[in-house]
Ligand binder design. Structure first.
Ligand code: ADP
Ligand code: SF4
Length: 695
């Protein structure tokens, strides 16, 4: 197949200062949970994206000094010459495909506590650091500013020695020292770095000039600027100061990389914003500069990308999440295979790995973060290990992914699904308010499976143990899923809650199957992620009065890891959902819920016609239990392995189910131990630590 000529513009080369990008696909800086701790893993991750056709590939934020230490999070580090080889690995890997390597050097200033280095954070003014820690940043003196400029210059020179092509000056996401100098609410200096916008821009201007002076002969200098903070008059507003800052510096950098701050506003989930959502705030930039502009907006549709360029919104299509979900997105457009693009679903599970300082992961792309340590490639998979056939029972995310990965390995795959439609939980959950894009998990996999001649799909086929034995496949994978509990057992309650056997108690499954509650409704959230609050939205849509009760101090406390806490709370409060925090339920009798405050033990009663219990799920593993006890029958049926995968083994996220399905298929007929993977081990320095650094 060949490229649709409509998309030709996406493949035009474009100059960025002294360097030229081979096309318009620009992987903007993105965190990954790996950072300085896994340089080989990261180099391979970025290399795969270069192989997939991205014209520019950037690092995540890279700290330039021990006074910018954002431990416990793992970002990049360029504190000294010792850090050059680790970063050079990535630049070299990317250059193998004629892609440009970009590095986002930065100083956190008052955004980090410096837990590890124990340096005192610095900032424009005396202020507590951004996050809730008992740590204050001290106001920088003029000599501190001179020193900072030296650190930045040194880091830029080191980046050049590491062979990067684009060096960033970073002022975005409510992070980075120049950003804090720009922010009136954080800068009350009385000198030439505070007060007027001209003064507050000074540090940013100087850092751009310094960087150009240091490395501009060979490297392009990019500025990443948050042109809008969505804080009204308290923050940077794109139509006011955002515009003025760009106007003041318009021709100074070689590239403008612009977005909406903070990170939660930049990487919004699909539940709250759709593709291209930043345009209203960033589109003005191109009218003020002749330099190329890159912006983001969870772009996965080539038509939208072309439209952004043709309408003069941006010159480069910036992408973090779409490049994680499909590292081969550019190549697929180039080869006329747009239907093969594995579109990001906008769930932000990838973001959660940064918050947990663990390997990058993705709901759609199970190979993400596993490129080096397990040798997984998003588009290539080893050939099958035997001629055995595979029967997959259940076509939820785990079953669909297991079937697809095994089919790509060349196995003859039979996929049986009890329901008339494929997709399991994704089919149902994507019909809930705001979650429609999650349907891409099933749509993409079904679209890939249908044309494969070695795959047979059986709908409306609830298989029994006898059916499976009769079918007699060489391998059987049970991906039978899970169901929500009705009894209240979960984190807060080890035993069933009295009264939860009433007909007025609902589970999320009941609602997703169309059972209708009566108001007033109480939703008991001991799950702490999306399900309870999405169901609250659904009940409000049904015209019901809703109260959400949670034993936690915060509503949807885990959703902070997907940057959704504030948006969820805002939505619930806007919909007048009553919120009762740190309360547990002790009893449900006579349409009355009896609650106990988890802090004081005080008693509270709520009227409740329907209670929706969102506490925990139980695996649907009966089939596995039945079959696994029948060794002889399995042997006689020719079934050499019987595996339970996905939620049927242990209920978890959709990402976990997809990953497990993929892993199952990868290790089918393999001798490799599935729990082992290559690790980047700490360097043991023999003898004493370097004497120059010891007192
Ligand atoms: P996971 O997240 O692990 O993929 P899901 O709950 O999303 O799990 O999907 C499980 C799927 O398995 C559902 O679509 C369900 O209808 C199907 N299923 C469960 N038991 C059987 C069975 N005995 N035969 C065929 N399909 C089944
Ligand atoms: Fe997109 Fe979700 Fe993957 Fe992140 S984890 S890249 S948001 S699909």
């Amino acid at each position: 197949m060949s490229r649709d000529p409509r998309f030709d513009i996406l493949f035009e080369p474009l100059k960025i200062g002294p360097v030229t990008a081979k096309n318009r696909f620009f992987q903007v800086p993105h965190c990954n949970g790996m950072g300085w701790t896994q340089p080989q893993g990261l180099a391979e991750l970025r290399r795969v994206k270069a192989e997939g056709g991205w014209g520019v590939i950037c690092t995540e934020e890279v700290e330039i000094h021990p006074s910018s230490d954002c431990s416990p999070y793992h970002e990049g580090r360029l504190w000294s010459d010792l850090d050059i080889p680790a970063l050079a690995l990535m630049a070299e890997a990317v250059h193998g495909y004629d892609a440009l390597a970009g590095i986002e050097i930065m100083h956190h200033g008052p955004s980090c506590a410096n837990y590890d280095s124990r340096e005192i954070p610095i900032g424009p003014s005396h202020r507590p650091i951004t996050y809730y820690s008992p740590v204050q940043a001290r106001a920088m003196s003029k000599s501190d500013i001179r020193e900072l400029r030296q650190w930045h210059r040194q880091a830029a020179l080191r980046a050049k020695r590491a062979e990067f092509d684009i060096v960033y000056v970073y002022a975005s996401h409510d992070l980075g020292l120049p950003m804090h100098f720009l922010q009136r609410r954080k800068n009350d200096r009385g000198d030439e770095y505070g007060g007027s916008l001209e003064n507050r821009v000074r540090l940013l201007r100087e850092l751009i000039e310094d960087t150009k002076d240091a490395v501009g002969d060979r490297c392009a200098v990019a500025v990443r600027l948050g042109v809008e903070e969505l804080l009204g008059a308290d923050g940077i507003v794109s139509a006011e100061e955002g515009r003025d800052i760009v106007a003041m510096l318009a021709e100074l950098p070689d590239l403008w990389d612009v977005n909406v701050s903070s990170w939660a506003n930049d990487s919004v989930t699909s539940r709250f914003k759709k593709e291209g959502y930043q345009e209203e705030h960033t589109a003005f930039v191109k009218s003020l500069t002749s330099k190329p502009v890159v912006g983001v907006g969870r772009f996965t549709s080539p038509d939208t990308m072309v439209s952004q360029i043709r309408r003069g919104v941006m010159d480069f299509i910036g992408a973090a999440r779409p490049s994680i979900a499909d590292p081969f997105l550019p190549n697929k457009i180039n080869e006329g295979r747009t239907d093969d693009i594995r579109e990001c679903i906008g769930c932000n599970i990838c973001v959660s790995s940064d918050y947990s300082s663990s390997n990058l992961r993705c709901t759609q792309n199970p190979t993400m973060g596993e490129e080096w340590r397990r040798g997984w490639h998003p588009e290539k998979i080893p050939a099958r290990g035997s001629d055995k056939t595979l029967l997959v029972v259940g076509a939820g995310p785990a079953g669909l992914e297991a079937a697809l990965a095994a089919a790509k390995r060349g196995y003859e795959v039979h996929l049986a699904e009890a329901g008339s439609e494929l997709g399991g939980r994704v089919l149902h959950e994507s019909s809930l308010p705001g979650l429609i894009e999650w349907g891409r998990v099933r749509e993409w996999r079904i679209g890939q499976l249908l044309p494969m001649s070695n795959v047979s799909i059986y709908r409306d086929s609830p298989l029994s143990a006898a059916d499976i034995l009769e079918f007699g496949a060489g391998h059987v994978a049970l991906a039978t899923g899970s169901h929500w509990r009705r009894d209240g057992v979960g984190r807060a309650n080890g035993w069933a809650i009295p009264g939860f056997n009433s007909a007025d108690v609902f589970t999320p499954d009941d609602l997703m199957k169309g059972r209708r509650p009566r108001g007033p409704v109480v939703i008991f959230d001991d799950d702490h992620y999306y399900m309870a609050n999405v169901l609250a939205e659904r009940c409000v849509e049904l015209g019901l009065k809703v109260t959400l009760v949670t034993p936690a101090v915060q509503v949807a406390s885990w959703a902070g890891n997907t940057l959704e806490s504030t948006s969820i709370l805002k939505r619930l409060m806007t919909l007048d959902v009553e919120l009762v925090r740190h309360h547990n339920i002790t009893r449900f009798v006579n349409s009355t819920l009896h609650l106990r405050c988890e802090i004081t033990g005080r008693h509270l009663e709520l009227p409740c016609q329907s209670l929706i219990n969102v506490t925990a799920r139980l695996p649907d593993d009966a089939l596995h239990t039945e079959l696994s006890g029948q060794d002889t029958a399995l042997r006689e049926a020719g079934i050499s392995t019987l595996s339970l995968i996905g939620d049927g083994l242990a209920p978890g996220t959709i990402a976990a189910a997809v990953y497990q399905g993929h892993k199952f298929a990868r290790y089918l007929d393999s001798e490799l131990p599935p729990h082992e993977y290559a690790r980047e081990l700490p360097l043991i320095q023999l003898g004493e630590p370097p004497h120059t650094l010891k007192q």
